[in-house]
Structure formats: structure tokens, C-alpha cells
Design a protein. Structure first.
Ligand code: PEP
Length: 251
């Protein structure tokens, strides 16, 4: 039985004091609640160490928004898996569409990062999804298949327990346009079948596949109760404790 995971991708928002306020708000709002899902927050790097202290003795877990695949060295501006672990990260978002489109990340680079994260015992939240143009020209399944196959190249059956997938149609990210529950479910089911072909049914059935793209308190419940949607990767709506908690309550 898959346990849902709700992860908040803060992107390049919240300085240190704003981060402290948001985490404090989340902690107090979640304190007395019995959660049906795992909750992850992915603040900017500068807040991770402080966040680690703040989430201690709460149900909130910590993730980062990106990392590089090398261990150390002359990679100005980059951050390694071990560095993320040293500040308490358990998860790392990889292959987000903003990394692919703004920073030119390729499937090959993302695959290297996926391997590095798994070997370092960080759980990748591996993102993929089609653009509006790709959807409108009926290429959604081809694009998703390529990104998933290439992103997971060389990942073993046994390692699939340590990875989360996130279907994020690019046209729905930060636009206010959400995929309908049926549109999202169609792609999630396709990906689950693809994982069955790549691995086997047991492995495919065990993988958490999140949906991301304008998830809000008013659409979360329906999306989160589709058979193959196992959680959400949330951008805009995770920046306010109240809306993030409402989404968590939708599990
Ligand atoms: C995201 O950045 O992963 C995302 C889904 O953003 P939003 O919820 O704002 O669409």
C-alpha cells in the first residue's frame, strides 16, 4: 500500500526569517493532526540548516530543490548530495521543468543526478511532464515515456523503492491551470504501466507517483483520490501554511 507524499517546493522564495515563520506556522497547524501522508518541505539552500532544527520532533521532513552529481570540486554555485545530507535532507527534487527549461538540464544530466542521489541515500523526487505544445500535438505519452525511460536509465529494481516520481505537466505549473483529475490519472496510469514494462508489476505498484501543477486546497482532494495519484508536489500553494495544510488534509 503506497503512502501519499505531499511535498512543498518553495522555489526561490523565502529568506531566512520568512522561512522560520513559515515552518513555525506549519508546525503549529499540523501539531494536533493525525496525518494520512508524509509531508516534505523543500526550502532554499540557505534555510536548510535552520529548517532541520525547526522540524525536529515534528512530522515534517526536509528536501532540497536540486543538487549536482559530483562529490566536490570546481563546480561554482553547485551543491553535492553529501552537503544536503549534512543539513538533514532526506529528499531532493530532480528534473523539475524549471531546471530543464531555464537551466538547460538534459535527460542525461538528470539521470546522473538520480543515480548519485540514490547512491547517497537521498530520495529523488524525479519530475517529468509535457509542455502545452507537446500536449496539443498529441505527443504527451511519447514525451513522458522518453523522460521517464532516460531519467531512470540504469536504475535497478531494488533501487525503485527509493525514488518518488512526479508528473508535472509544464502547462499547469504556476499557471493556475490544473490538469483535471482524469487527465492526470490517464498519465499516471500510463507511467505505472510503463514502470511495469521496465521493471515488473510489484515494483510498479510500489512506486509513489505525485502530481504537480497548480495544486490548491480546492482541487487537491479530487486529484489525491485518483487511483494512481499518490501525492502532490506543490509550488505556489505551499508558501502559506494555511493552504499547504489544507492540501495535506486532502489526503
Ligand atoms: C512546482 O513548482 O513543482 C509546481 C507544481 O508549482 P505550482 O504548484 O505553483 O504550479
Amino acid at each position: 500500500m503506497r503512502k501519499k507524499v505531499i511535498a512543498g517546493n518553495w522555489k526561490m522564495n523565502m529568506d531566512l526569517s520568512e522561512s522560520i515563520n513559515l515552518i513555525s506556522g506549519l508546525k503549529s497547524a499540523l501539531k494536533e493532526k493525525k496525518l494520512n501522508c508524509n509531508v516534505v518541505i523543500c526550502p532554499p539552500y540557505i534555510s536548510l540548516d535552520t529548517a532541520r532544527e525547526l522540524v525536529k520532533e515534528s512530522d515534517i521532513e526536509l528536501g532540497a530543490q536540486n543538487m549536482y552529481f559530483e562529490d566536490s570540486g570546481a563546480y561554482t554555485g553547485e551543491i553535492s548530495a553529501e552537503m544536503l545530507k549534512s543539513v538533514g535532507c532526506k529528499f531532493v527534487i530532480l528534473g523539475h521543468s524549471e531546471r530543464r527549461t531555464i537551466f538547460g538540464e538534459t535527460d542525461e544530466l538528470i539521470n546522473k543526478k538520480v543515480h548519485k542521489a540514490i547512491l547517497s541515500k537521498l530520495i529523488p523526487i524525479f519530475c517529468f511532464g509535457e509542455t502545452l505544445e507537446e500536449r496539443e500535438s498529441n505527443r504527451t505519452f511519447d514525451v513522458v515515456k522518453k523522460q521517464v525511460v532516460e531519467g531512470l536509465k540504469g536504475v535497478l529494481h531494488s533501487q525503485m523503492e527509493s525514488i518518488i516520481l512526479a508528473y508535472e505537466p509544464v502547462w499547469a505549473i504556476g499557471t493556475g491551470k490544473t490538469a483535471t483529475p482524469d487527465q492526470a490519472e490517464e498519465v499516471h496510469k500510463f507511467v505505472r504501466n510503463l514502470l511495469e514494462e521496465m521493471y515488473n508489476k510489484e515494483t510498479a505498484d510500489g512506486v509513489v507517483i505525485q502530481y504537480g501543477g497548480s495544486v490548491k486546497p480546492d482541487n487537491a482532494y479530487e486529484l489525491l483520490h485518483m487511483p494512481n495519484i499518490d501525492g502532490a508536489l506543490v509550488g505556489g500553494a505551499c508558501l502559506k501554511a494555511e493552504s499547504f495544510v489544507k492540501i495535506i488534509e486532502g489526503c
